[in-house]
Design a protein around this ligand. Sequence first.
Ligand SMILES: NC(=O)c1ccc[n+]([C@@H]2O[C@H](COP(=O)([O-])OP(=O)(O)OC[C@H]3O[C@@H](n4cnc5c(N)ncnc54)[C@H](O)[C@@H]3O)[C@@H](O)[C@H]2O)c1
Length: 438
Amino acid sequence: MPLRVTVVGTGYVGLVTGVCLAHSGHLVTCVDIDRDKVDMLASGTSTIYEPGIEELLSSGMASGNLTFATPEKGWGELISDITVVAVGTPMAPNGAADLSAVRVVVSSLAEAADRPFTLVMKSTVPMGTGAALRHRYLDEAVVRIGYVSNPEFLREGKAIEDWFKTDRIVLGADEEADRALMRELYADIDAPLVETDVASAETIKYASNAFLSTKISFINEIANLCDCIGADIDAVSRGIGMDKRIGRDFLKAGIGYGGSCFPKDTRALDFIATLNGYQFTLLKSVIEVNNRQRLLPVVHVMRALPDLHERSIAILGLAFKPDTDDVRESPALDIVPLLAEQGAAVRIYDPIASELPVAGAARVADIWQALQGASAAVVVTEWQEFRELDWERVRQAMAGPAIIFDGRNCLDADAVRAAGLTYMAVGRKGEHRFGMNA
Ligand SMILES: NC(=O)c1ccc[n+]([C@@H]2O[C@H](COP(=O)([O-])OP(=O)(O)OC[C@H]3O[C@@H](n4cnc5c(N)ncnc54)[C@H](O)[C@@H]3O)[C@@H](O)[C@H]2O)c1
């Protein structure tokens, strides 16, 4: 049975939620305070780059299942039986999750509600937030407002696939009526349900991201050690990952995690732990290793090229990972200003990401413009285009010593070296030893 759904916040998570629920046959209204975003979506153009989203956007609109609105329409009219909150919860300066947008939306909904509905929290919010929102806003409403914590696990770049083929759906609720409604919402998705209380659902989200971040920082530590002792991280990762208890995923060494989730969620979890009087030592190390790891290209480019002020450096990739235009917390944002401060002329190329939130560098539209005359090129994002480069042509374009720092261990090292380029990576066996402590 189609349900009426409102999704508040039409960013990476909200838009994917909206188009996918509309595809499942539900009647969805997506709401955002950003009028330009709403106008663009209402004209049938996606505001984010995400494989498959344009198709679902147009089919949803054509079927009449998907509409867009701003809150100006009035929250009273916008509330549906299921109202999903998917607004941002960015990192506050002290590392906590900034819940101001969540509070604005939940208080507005509670104030405007004149008929019962279920509020579904898809934004990533710290443990205890559901209980606090219930106490402060929902219990004050004149009608019953049910609350469900339904954290989202999609990966940008694979978001649509992840939505329909998710490993699990987590539903944290105190009342069976709300859970039953959620089961109806997701009836067409073949995935196990994890039904639990609100606080446990909130914890599952943070624990998942903290665990994945731990895996990444762990393999990066091993890669740095490989550099020191002359072992090869590719072989080591393969050998570790074959153990089913460990698994193959997230064992790719490189310059660390970025994006809108792992950095902020690990910091927020550390903050919650500290606030509750617990020192989460392991998590603090995970964060520290990641902060250090993203500086590897800077350390080694500076070591190899002491006269940086006379050099051009190409930065290949600005997005925090391939197949997205999201640049939030991308390692490039740390690498670029540091190289620019040393006087290097930094040119950035990314096939999709157009936002340039850093000063001191120029974004170029053509990769050859970035590489022309560059003494070093740093691969920040694992775009397919970079793997397929003609390395002979790259060497002809670059200036000596023509260093390729493969920050994602994604290139064919032999092919790069065969073209006469100097290849550096993270823990890959070669003539160089680049561990942070080497
Ligand atoms: N991006 C991801 O891959 C991902 C994955 C899982 C979970 N999450 C979580 O989902 C939440 C949303 O993340 P995102 O990446 O989609 O954020 P985003 O910044 O892309 O989108 C948030 C949207 O909310 C809108 N908004 C803010 N205040 C509003 C208000 N008062 N009323 C209506 N709209 C409002 C903004 O205009 C924006 O369009 C965060 O808590 C994030 O941690 C994100």
